[in-house]
Each structure stands twice: as structure tokens, then as C-alpha cells.
Design a protein around this ligand. Structure first.
Ligand code: M6R
Length: 610
């Protein structure tokens, strides 16, 4: 979704603003822009364009910005109005003196636009954003801070804002509700950004702006206020991210790098969370006491995180024998789930900024549920609204397609299910120990699968011409089938559907012919034979079968056109190992088809609008 950057200091603002935008590219966008104030010559200069940041850079070469040490920049993911130059940010008021960038959606923009239009404001774009800058102009009486403060009180919806005013060029204003925004603290310079990677090269000291906070930022001073103008205290965090972690480190794409990081992410997770065969979530404040009185668990999440949650449902019900309901966050919110003080809501989100998941959690909280979140981004909005947070600590995930965050979410869910099973005495200590032992084998199994990457790449490339894919799995690998299909469609744009294999005869079998490729998840398990029957049904209709099976399976070769083998493991843990070849199939098919793997069209990394 949209990315915001702001700079105020002594250095040249434009290169900082553009470089920082590049670090936000992964969020997804379709146009970009930059505005700077030339304090010496009293000039506000704006440049914007549709397309990628390289298009903005080309524009800046042909139409350079004046020298300046204060500015704002933006990547726009279109919501209201086409992704063209006029609709891209920054937006300027009628006087040409106030300029603004925005991430979020203003829900009452039509109502406000009518009022402002009647007062004589002229609108040039189709965006909801433009009304904000005119509203600020309406309130502007030589104090930009007061004008922004009055304006934000009129807005409904979600917003993170960066605002500058030509008449007060030493002040950068930031405000937020719903959408994320951080302030980076430097020496005689300060920054704002949608997230930490944007400014990591300049500072590791950040303030996470809270809901309903406004910041008045100068090069040597930061003041925070609530929307009523009352000063509030601020907490400075020191981020531990390394600059290198947000670079490709020799891989052609972030996605491939992140696929390769999975063994080390899980090794670290297990080292950190398993001590003497005991699972510890102490850092998230989660002890066995937190499970007392709970009689129902709801899992809410979106996309890949939802698929991890679905694996979690199978696991928790099996190991801890407690009913688990799961919803995609956007559905949870608008139906009437039965929630009370005995309900535990587990919210899963890599970014912790997904608007639908945040809204679902807020709804559940109002009804008295306890919230545990499984989150990757430290300090994110979801982490802050939850009662307990179990961080995945997978490091920044830049590729839009979620890979290491997914398997890290699985890691936490397995540990959580074991701990819960232990607490509820549905899992004995010996059984728990055995699971923990099996879990610890996963990183080395990953390394083994990664060694076969050329063979997997070849299978993927040889099948990249198929126009439609079906993914079939059963039981705990039904979610794996959904995830495999999502991964493929989002980065290669090939229509792909994930199904519970048993459902095939209830509809999807009509799709099968020689033009269809079917990825069949057939690891060793108690339902292996049922999977083989499904594979035979596909083959007899001339469908192409690519199977993922367990090493040592001598039967599968007879039935499948291609087979990818995974190491032998406890069947409950197979979703971990199956995820890896599925990610690689999607990756190599997308590369073969020339797709933009890390930034697929229309997608955003963190979906901060509902
Ligand atoms: O940040 P979140 O985990 O809340 O994001 C949820 C989905 O938007 C995300 O998983 C999306 O489906 C990915 N692009 C999948 O690869």
C-alpha cells in the first residue's frame, strides 16, 4: 500500500526521499511523487508520475528539483482514481503553499469535498486524499500545526499523513489513525516513514506514532500531541534490524533470498523458544495462566497468514482438544461470531498492519475476547492492540509473496499448540517432547530440499506453460494446497485453485483435461492411499500430475508425471516441508514467465485499507 517518507535536516532532501521510497517499493504501488521546499527562494516544487520509481528518477533528471533540505515523498497504491500523474501524491492546496502525502482511505471524503467545493476550493484529482489538503488550507491561519490538528478531527477512515507548508518551512507535520507511521531521529535531522526499512540507513532510533497522535517535527526537535492539541509523551525505540537484511545479498529476488532464509529462521526460533524441552513464550508474556477458562479459540488472518491459521486449527484441535473456528478477517468482522470472555482470539499477520485483521481484533476486544497475536513486525499496530504477542522474528520480508513469514507462523503455531496441549493435559510431556524433537529436524530437512533446487526449478519450468493449475491436499495439507495456489497465482498470474482432494469429485474434476496441471500433495500419512486414488482419477482424465511425496515412496512414480520428494517426517509436520517446494514451484514458474516476482501487479505487501 502507499508509502510515505519525510525529511527535515541539513542534507539534500531529494536523494534521501527517493532512496527511502525504494525501500518502500515492496509495499506495492503504481505511481510516485516528491515535493521539496526551497527555503532560500521561497519555492514549493512537486514532481510526480505514474509507474515505477525509476520513472520518477527519469523525470527528476529532465526536470530537476531545487536544492532543499526539507521534503516529503510518496508511493501510491491506487484506491480512489486511476494510477495516473494527477492522482499521485503529493497533493497541493489552492494556494500552492500546503503540500501533503497520505496513506489510508478517507471515508467521508465526498461529504467534505462538497462542503469545501461550496467554499470555493478547486479539486484537480479524483482522490480522497486531495480533500485533506484543502481542509488544512481552510483552517490555515499562519499556524500549520493548528490547521492540521483541526483538519484531522474532521476525517473519518484511516490515515497516515506528512504535511509541509511553504510559509513554515522548518516544520514537518505527521499524524496517524489506522495507517502506520514512524518518526526516525537523527542528529540535526529527522524523518518520517511508513516503516523502518525506509530510514534504516540513516537512523535506528524511532518513535512509533500511536493512534490519534500528531507530531510537530523540526530538524532538532520532535513534539507529540493528541488530536485535541494536548502534549503527549513519546517513547524512543532502538531498532535492531541490520541494513543488510533489507538487501538482496546476491540473490536475484528477495523472494528467493527469503525462501533460503527459512532454515535459519526456524533454527533461531527453536533455539530461542525451546529450552530443556520446554516451550517458552515468556517474552510475549504468555504463560499457562493465560489459557485458564478459555473454551473456544478463534483464529483471524488474511491471505497466507490465514492458511497458516488453518494449519493451526488442525493442530490445536488435535493436540489441545479445544474447538477452533477460523475466519478470514474481513468476514469475521461483518458476521456475528459468538464471542465472550472465554474466547481467545489468535490474530496472525506478518506486517501487523493489515487493516482487516486489525478491525477484526478491535471488534473481538470490544466483546471481551483476549487477543494473542502472531506477528513478524515488532511494534506494529496489531502487536500494540493485542494482550499478548508471539513474535515470529523472521526478519523483514520484502517479497510480496509471503514465504519465510508463513513457515515462521507455522513454527509459532506448532509451539503454541504443544504448549496449550500440555496446559490442558491433552498432550503428555513425553508426547510433547517427541513433537519438539521432530520439530527440530525441520531446518535440516529444509537444507536437504534446497539442495534439490535445480531439479525443482526444472520441473517448474517444464510446466510453466500450463494455463491453469489445481492444487490438491488432504487433512493438514489442505491448507498447504490453498497456500500453493495462492503463491502461484499472485506471482505468475496463472489461475490456480487449491482444493481439499476429497472435494475434487464435487466439482473441480470437471476442469481436468490434458491442459490442466494438478499439484498433488501426497506425503506419507494415514490418508496417503486416498490421495493416490485422487491422482488416478486425474490421470485417467489426462490431467498432468506433479506430486510432492515422501522420500522412499516407490509407488508414487507410477502415478505421477513428476515427483518432488521431501524428507520423511511426522505427518503432522508435513505442511512445513511441503511449503518449500510449493514456494519454489511458484517462484521458478513466475521467473520463467518473466513476471515481476517481488512486486507483482496490483498487490501490496501490507494491506492497510479494508
Ligand atoms: O501482513 P499480513 O500477514 O497480515 O498479510 C496478509 C496477506 O495480505 C498476505 O499474506 C498476502 O496474502 C501475501 N501476499 C501472500 O503471499
Amino acid at each position: 500500500m502507499c508509502g510515505i517518507v519525510g525529511y527535515i535536516g541539513k542534507k539534500q532532501a531529494a536523494p534521501i526521499l527517493i532512496e527511502a521510497l525504494k525501500r518502500l517499493e515492496y509495499r506495492g504501488y503504481d505511481s510516485s511523487g516528491v515535493a521539496v521546499i526551497d527555503r532560500l527562494n521561497y519555492e514549493l516544487a512537486v514532481r510526480k508520475t505514474s509507474g515505477k520509481i525509476k520513472d520518477l528518477e527519469e523525470l527528476l533528471e529532465s526536470s530537476p528539483l531545487p536544492l532543499s533540505s526539507v521534503g516529503i515523498s510518496h508511493t501510491r497504491w491506487a484506491t480512489h482514481g486511476a494510477p495516473n500523474k494527477i492522482n499521485s501524491h503529493p497533493h497541493v492546496d489552492c494556494s500552492g503553499k500546503i503540500v501533503l502525502v497520505h496513506n489510508g482511505i478517507i471515508e467521508n471524503y465526498e461529504e467534505l469535498r462538497d462542503i469545501l467545493w461550496k467554499k470555493g476550493h478547486k479539486f484537480v484529482s479524483e482522490t480522497d486524499t486531495e480533500i485533506i489538503v484543502h481542509l488544512i488550507e481552510e483552517y490555515y491561519k499562519r499556524d500549520i500545526f493548528v490547521a492540521v490538528q483541526k483538519a484531522v478531527k474532521q476525517l473519518r477512515g484511516s490515515f497516515a499523513l506528512g504535511v509541509l507548508c511553504l510559509d513554515e518551512p522548518d516544520i514537518l507535520i505527521a499524524a496517524r489513525i489506522g495507517s502506520p507511521l514512524i518518526i526516525g531521529l537523527g542528529k540535526n535531522e529527522n524523518f518520517i516513514a511508513s516503516d523502518v526499512p525506509a530510514i534504516l540507513e540513516h537512523t535506528k532510533k524511532v518513535i512509533y506514532l500511536k493512534e490519534g497522535e500528531l507530531a510537530k517535527i523540526q530538524e532538532d526537535k520532535i513534539q507529540l500531541f493528541d488530536f485535541d492539541g494536548r502534549a503527549v509523551s513519546c517513547h524512543i525505540d532502538k531498532v535492531t534490524l541490520k541494513v543488510d537484511t533489507v538487501k538482496k545479498q546476491g540473490f536475484p529476488h528477495f523472494m528467493l533470498k527469503e525462501i533460503h532464509e527459512q532454515p535459519s529462521v526456524l533454527t533461531q526460533m527453536f533455539q530461542h523458544r525451546i529450552k530443556n524441552n520446554k516451550i517458552s513464550f515468556d517474552d510475549g508474556g504468555l504463560s499457562e495462566k493465560c489459557f485458564k477458562g478459555i473454551n473456544h479459540i478463534f483464529i483471524v488472518a488474511c491471505g497466507t497468514a490465514y492458511h497458516a491459521g488453518l494449519v493451526g486449527k488442525y493442530l490445536i484441535e488435535q493436540l489441545a482438544s479445544i474447538p477452533v473456528s477460523i475466519d478470514v478477517s474481513s468476514e469475521f468482522r461483518y458476521r456475528t461470531p459468538v464471542i465472550n470472555k472465554k474466547t481467545l482470539v489468535v490474530a496472525i499477520s506478518q506486517s501487523g498492519e493489515t487493516a482487516d485483521t486489525l478491525a477484526a481484533v478491535k471488534e473481538a476486544k470490544l466483546k471481551g475476547a483476549k487477543i494473542i497475536s502472531i506477528c513478524n513486525v515488532v511494534g506494529s499496530s496489531l502487536a500494540r492492540v493485542s494482550d499478548r504477542v508471539l513474535y515470529t522474528h523472521a526478519g523483514p520480508e520484502i517479497g510480496v509473496a509471503s514465504t519465510k513469514a508463513y513457515t515462521a507462523q507455522l513454527g509459532i503455531l506448532y509451539l503454541f499448540a504443544i504448549k496449550l496441549g500440555n496446559a490442558r493435559q491433552t498432550l503428555s510431556s513425553i508426547q510433547a517432547k517427541m513433537f519438539i524433537k521432530d520439530l527440530k529436524q525441520i531446518p535440516s530437512a529444509y537444507i536437504k530440499i534446497l539442495k534439490d533446487k535445480n531439479a525443482i526449478a526444472k520441473i517448474a519450468e517444464n510446466n510453466a506453460h500450463y494455463g491453469c493449475f489445481l492444487f490438491l491436499g488432504r487433512n493438514i495439507n489442505f491448507p498447504s494446497a490453498l497456500e500453493g495456489a495462492l503463491k502461484l497465482k499472485e506471482i505468475s498470474y496463472i489461475p490456480a485453485e487449491g482444493y481439499a482432494a476429497g472435494e475434487m469429485k464435487h466439482g473441480p474434476i470437471a476442469l481436468i483435461d490434458e491442459y490442466r496441471a494438478v499439484i498433488c500433495l501426497a506425503p506419507e500419512s494415514n490418508i496417503y492411499e486416498k490421495m493416490i486414488s485422487n491422482i488416478q482419477e486425474i490421470r485417467s482424465r489426462r490431467g498432468k500430475v506433479i506430486a510432492i511425496a515422501t522420500e522412499g515412496d516407490e509407488v508414487i512414480n507410477k502415478h505421477a508425471d513428476n515427483v518432488i520428494f521431501i524428507p520423511k517426517i511426522n505427518q503432522l509436520l508435513t505442511p512445513f516441508l511441503i511449503a518449500l517446494p510449493l514456494q519454489m514451484i511458484a517462484y521458478y514458474i513466475a521467473v520463467k514467465r518473466g513476471c515481476d516476482v517481488d512486486q507483482p501487479r496490483n498487490l501490496a505487501k501490507s494491506v492497510t485499507v479494508e
